[in-house]
Design a protein around this ligand. Structure first.
Ligand SMILES: [Zn+2]
Length: 124
């Protein structure tokens, strides 16, 4: 079974900081949210919606349990984003959803590799 490890998270964090050092503190906070808080994914299933097929992420506040901010496309409902304080609009909630997406992509890739490896074993 494919796993996403602490080591994987650490490399994602380092990679992110290398790409944008201004986001360093938000990346650390986002990793904390990813590990200790809830991120609920809600697919937009209304076919009349402009963003049909996309996903809304309800990201739990780092400081207040049970408080959620909604990340939709490139926006977030938190004040860091709405008051335009987050560098390039990347508040910690948006960064947390990016970490989630990257972890899911990584898992998908690994599962694919494991499936292929499994097939090879049967062929031998
Ligand atoms: Zn936010």
């Amino acid at each position: 079974m494919a796993i996403f490890s602490v080591k994987d998270l650490r490399s994602l964090i380092l990679e992110g900081k290398k790409q944008n050092f201004k986001l360093a503190s938000r990346i650390d906070a986002a990793a904390m949210i990813f590990v200790t808080k809830k991120i609920i994914e809600e697919p937009v299933t209304d076919i009349n919606a402009v963003d049909y097929g996309s996903t809304i992420y309800h990201v739990e506040s780092e400081s207040e349990d049970g408080v959620f901010y909604d990340v939709k496309g490139q926006t977030c409902t938190c004040s860091d984003f709405t008051k335009k304080r987050a560098p390039s609009g990347f508040c910690k909630h948006r960064v947390a959803t990016l970490i989630l997406q990257r972890s899911q992509d990584l898992l998908k890739t690994r599962e694919e590799q494991e499936r292929k490896a499994g097939v090879r074993i049967f062929e031998d």
